[in-house]
Design a protein around this ligand. Structure first.
Ligand code: NAP
Length: 300
């Protein structure tokens, strides 16, 4: 029997509906709307398209946004200065500041991301936010990891005591997701059937030996690699939940890291690409931007 499809688009729409109401309440209370400033460096079509969809989603829920576009020849120093100026208010109020990745090769990505003040870091990449997450008291959670967790919770996929295998250990997706899913629940004891935490997590990468034997142990298998078709049907335990984070362009078409059709016949649940994790990444960015605005308004 074919696996149940986990529809990220419809979940993202439901999240946006809730956020629109919360943003409205925020605007009534504080007399202004949350505002997101996005830095777009260079002319990569994929980055421009991601930024466009983030700005459109912000508009849908009532969050103001501005895209600051700079040429691909920008230096590290120029970008650090730009982010600092945005934080100072040179581009209007900025509750959330996001630097769209990837950055050109000549740029020191870490220096630029570290320039984003941690209380406006809606991507959750600043070391202070990574540290809070690793201590189990998250503030801004990297959006894709938060989106995957939200999808598991929404689908009722139990993670407590279950084995989660994540392939890919990046700071953006795999590592924060491993921290989230292996964390203790916010309130102990966990409710019966608790989802989204308390998992036993295996974090795999390019040096992991015998990946198929590891992935076959997974109740929940997450692929976040960037290699089309890496996860084949023989690597999946029958009935497992398979979350495909990968976004790859093959022959002009978007595909994930999972060999979708064969794996669909084995898995219990599976995310499509596109229309799976991607829309949730954007929804979580909006949620982080509202949180950033609330934190700033309460502080000041
Ligand atoms: P990344 O920084 O390049 O990390 C890739 C990870 O995969 C690394 O940990 C790497 O191992 C591991 N890896 C590479 N080849 C492998 C192999 N053959 N077997 C096992 N592990 C392997 O990528 P990323 O930024 O995390 O992104 C991963 C994918 O997710 C990309 O396709 C990206 O486009 C997509 N993505 C999607 C969304 C979304 O919203 N849907 C958001 C972010 C990213 P090493 O650490 O050993 O090098």
């Amino acid at each position: 029997m074919a696996a149940e499809l986990l529809d990220g688009r419809s979940l993202a729409t439901r999240i946006e509906d809730g956020l629109r109401a919360e943003v409205g309440t925020y605007a009534t209370l504080f007399g202004r709307r949350p505002r997101l400033v996005v830095v777009l460096v260079g002319g990569m079509a994929a980055s421009a398209s991601y930024v466009k969809s983030k700005a459109a989603a912000a508009t849908r829920v009532g969050i103001d946004s501005e895209v600051v576009a700079v040429p691909g020849t920008a230096t590290t120093e120029e970008l650090v200065a730009l982010v600092t100026a945005i934080a100072r208010g040179d581009h209007g109020a900025a509750d959330g500041i996001l630097v769209q990745l990837p950055l050109p090769l000549q740029v020191d990505k870490t220096a630029v991301l570290d320039a984003v003040p941690p209380d406006r870091d809606v991507d959750g990449f600043h070391p202070e936010n990574a540290g809070l997450l690793s201590q189990g008291r998250p503030r801004f959670i990297p959006c894709t990891a938060a989106g995957v967790q939200r999808m598991l919770i929404d689908a009722g996929v139990e993670t407590a005591g279950r084995r989660v295998v994540i392939v890919g250990r990046s700071d953006i997706v795999g590592r924060p997701l491993a921290l989230l899913l292996s964390a203790k629940p916010p309130r102990a004891p966990a409710p019966v059937g608790a989802s989204g935490c308390d998992a036993t997590v295996t974090l795999c990468h390019s040096r992991s030996t015998d990946l198929p034997s590891l992935s076959r142990q997974a109740d929940v298998l997450v692929a976040a690699v960037g290699r089309p078709g890496l996860i084949t049907a023989d690597m999946v335990r029958p009935g497992a939940t398979v979350i495909d984070v990968g976004v790859n362009r093959v022959d002009g078409r978007l595909v994930g890291d999972v060999d979708f059709e064969p794996v669909r016949t084995i898995a219990g649940r599976i995310t499509p690409v596109p229309g799976g994790v991607g829309p949730l990444t954007v929804a979580m960015l909006l949620a982080n931007t509202l949180l950033a605005a609330e934190l700033r308004s309460r502080q000041g």
